[in-house]
Design a protein around this ligand. Sequence first.
Ligand code: CTP
Length: 402
Amino acid sequence: MTALAQRKIVLGVTGGIAAYKSADLTRRLQDVGAEVRVVMTPAATQFVAPLTFQALSGNPVHLDLLDPAAEAAMGHIELARWADLVLVAPASADFMARLAHGLADDLLTTLCLATDAPIVLAPAMNRLMWRNPATRDNVALLQRRGIRLLGPTAGSQACGEVGEGRMLEPLEIVQALSEEGAGQGRLAGRTVLVTAGPTYEAIDPVRFIGNRSSGRMGYAVAAAARRAGARVLLVSGPSQQSTPPGVERIDVTSAAEMYRAVMDRLGEIDIFIGAAAVADYRPAQAANAKIKKDAETLTLALERTEDILQAVAMQPRPPFTVGFAAETHDLERYARDKLARKKLDMIAANWVGGETGFDSVDNALEVFWADGHASLGRQSKDKLAEQLVDLIAERYHAKHSA
Ligand code: CTP
C-alpha cells in the first residue's frame, strides 16, 4: 500500500501543451490506488479532449461551474469536500495568477477556493513566463498561503526554447506525493495546537480591554506546522488574518474562553505553541449594562486571568510546550527564568519597544531551551515561523528519542 492508496484526488488540468502528460498522470495515480476525478478548464479542452480523461479515470469529467446537469450529479462544493487533495497539473501561469488573486471565474478556481484540502501545483510554462516578475510574485503569494509547488524543472520546451518551466514527469509527481503522504513531513502524524491573536476582556456589553496583537505570528506558525505535515488546531482571539489552508480554527474572544478551548483539547495534542497575546488581567466584574459617564473618575478593579501556557506545562503529562515572551530589557535572563519557572520545553523571545512588535510584518526571535539557544535573525514572520517550526520539530524529536 502506498500513501496515495484510497486518497481522493481532484486532478485539475489547465491549458498548456503539457496537458497531454496529465492523461498518463491520471493512470499513474490510479496505479497506486488513488481515486481520481478530473476537472478541466476551458483552455485545457483545447489541448486534450475530456473524453480521454473520462475513459481513463472512469468518472465523468467536470468542466463547467454552471452546468445544471453536472451540478446535480456532484456540484462544485461537493467536489471540493470530496477531495483529500487537489492537484493541478499542468498549472499554467494564467491559472496561478487567478488562484493568487482569489478569482472564482471557472470551476477549478472556485473549487480551489472552496476546499480545505491541501492544494499542490505542478507548473508548466515557457521559461520567460516562469521568470516573469508577475509569475514570481504570484508563486510567492501562493506558497505563503501553504500551496505546494512541485517543479517545474529545466529542459527543452515545447516552444523550442530551453530553460526552466517544464512540468515534472507524471511518475515524478506521483513519487513526490507518495513521499509527502508517507509522513516525510517533520511533524507528520502529530497534532499541534497554536494559540494566536489578542484576547478581549469585557468591561461592559460594548467595551473591552484588548491589545494590539495582529495574530500574524501565530497564524504563520500554524501554517508552517501544517506544511510540516501536522494536524493543526488554531485557537484564535479576534484577528483579521485568514485561516491557513488545512488548519482547523477555533474562534474565541476572552482569555477564559481561550483557556477552556485549549483545556478541552489537551488530550489530542503533541505540541502546544502559545503565540497568543493573552490578557494578564480582566475586569473583576463585567457590567451587565453599558456604564454611563456619571462620575468624574472611574476605577476598574482587575483580576488575573488563567495562565494558559502555565496550565498546559503543569499537566501531569504535558505536550511539548513552547511559549513566547516579549521583553524590553534583560531578554535572556527573563526568558530563561520563564522557561524554568513555567516548566516549558522552549521559549521564543523577542525585543519589544523598538521597531519590531505586535503589528509589524518582520520580527526576530531568540529561542531558548534547557541546554541550547538559537538566534533567528530579523525577517518576515512567515520565514521566521518556518525556522521556528523546524527548531520545534528538532527538539520535539530529540526529547522523544531520549
Ligand atoms: N500566556 C498565556 N496565558 C496568559 C498569559 C500569557 O498562555 N494568561 C502565554 C502567552 O501566549 C505567551 C507567554 O504566556 O506564550 C507569555 O508569558 P508571560 O509570562 O505572560 O509573558 P510576559 O507578558 O512577557 O510576562 P511578564 O509580564 O512576566 O513579563
